[in-house]
Design a binder for this molecule. Structure first.
Ligand code: ADP
Ligand code: ZN
Length: 229
């Protein structure tokens, strides 16, 4: 597929980079979104991180959301749509953003169209065996959301985030029953977005089985951004 727009290749002076990462849980969307945020200097908008923030703050919305999240189910559309609408209205999103984990249903995608126009959707594809091993070994920083894996990429000091010194823990939904349910929800509710965005000419597929650095290089290439800092 052709590079999105020449403006991206200019790096700092890019005009609009409204991106969305699509893919199953454990496909590496969060890892790629964080790398893109550093490289492109646009914010990562992760509905999972925002919902976990609300859970930690014990807001009414957080308490409601936690029940769905622990069960591996989707939080109701109107809740996440409201969160994303508010977040995208903030000034740091004006020139671009990386949506990570939203939209996850056609209803969410239709709502998004009423308040933002995406430039490109990247579908990160990973085999199911790999997804289960990634999620069951995943560890996450409670403070900054940095992602680790017990075998593939542990923090240098056990339980301590390399990035911020925060506590690295296992998410309550990274257990086998919840992982199975999340994959089921993905198949039923989110996977239809692949065809939905392909029809709109926005979709590009990326092989997510490779190492994170290689996946990132593929994405930057697709976006027409040179792979140097
Ligand atoms: P993963 O991609 O590993 O499943 P996320 O952090 O993206 O993890 O999401 C964790 C949970 O948060 C989901 O299982 C779901 O309950 C909830 N969630 C996140 N984003 C959405 C969304 N767009 N719509 C509904 N629920 C969501
Ligand atoms: Zn951290």
């Amino acid at each position: 597929m052709a590079p999105v727009a020449r403006a991206y290749a200019a790096g700092g002076g890019a005009e609009s980079m409204k991106l969305m990462l699509l893919g199953a849980p454990g496909a590496g969307k969060g890892t790629q979104a964080k790398m893109l945020m550093d490289r492109l200097r646009i914010p990562q908008i992760s509905t999972g991180d925002m919902l976990r923030g609300a859970v930690a703050q014990q807001t009414a919305m957080g308490l409601e959301a936690k029940r769905y999240m622990d069960a591996g189910e989707l939080v109701p559309d109107e809740v996440v749509i409201g969160i994303v609408r508010d977040r995208l209205a903030e000034p740091d999103c004006a020139k671009g953003f990386i949506l990570d984990g939203f939209p996850r249903t056609v209803v969410q995608a239709e709502a998004l169209e009423t308040f933002a126009a995406l430039d490109r959707v990247l579908d990160v594809q990973v085999s199911e065996e790999r997804i289960v091993s990634r999620l069951s070994g995943r560890r996450t920083c409670r403070a900054c959301g940095a992602i680790y894996h017990v075998v593939n990429s542990p923090p240098s000091v056990d339980g301590v985030c390399d990035q911020c010194g925060g506590v690295v823990y296992q998410r309550s939904d990274d257990n086998e029953a919840s992982i199975r349910e999340r994959l089921e929800q993905y198949r039923a509710k989110t996977a239809p977005l692949v065809a939905w965005y392909a029809d709109k000419g926005l979709l590009a597929s990326v092989d997510g089985d490779a190492d994170p650095e290689d996946v990132q290089a593929t994405i930057l290439d697709l976006l027409g951004v040179s792979d140097q800092s």
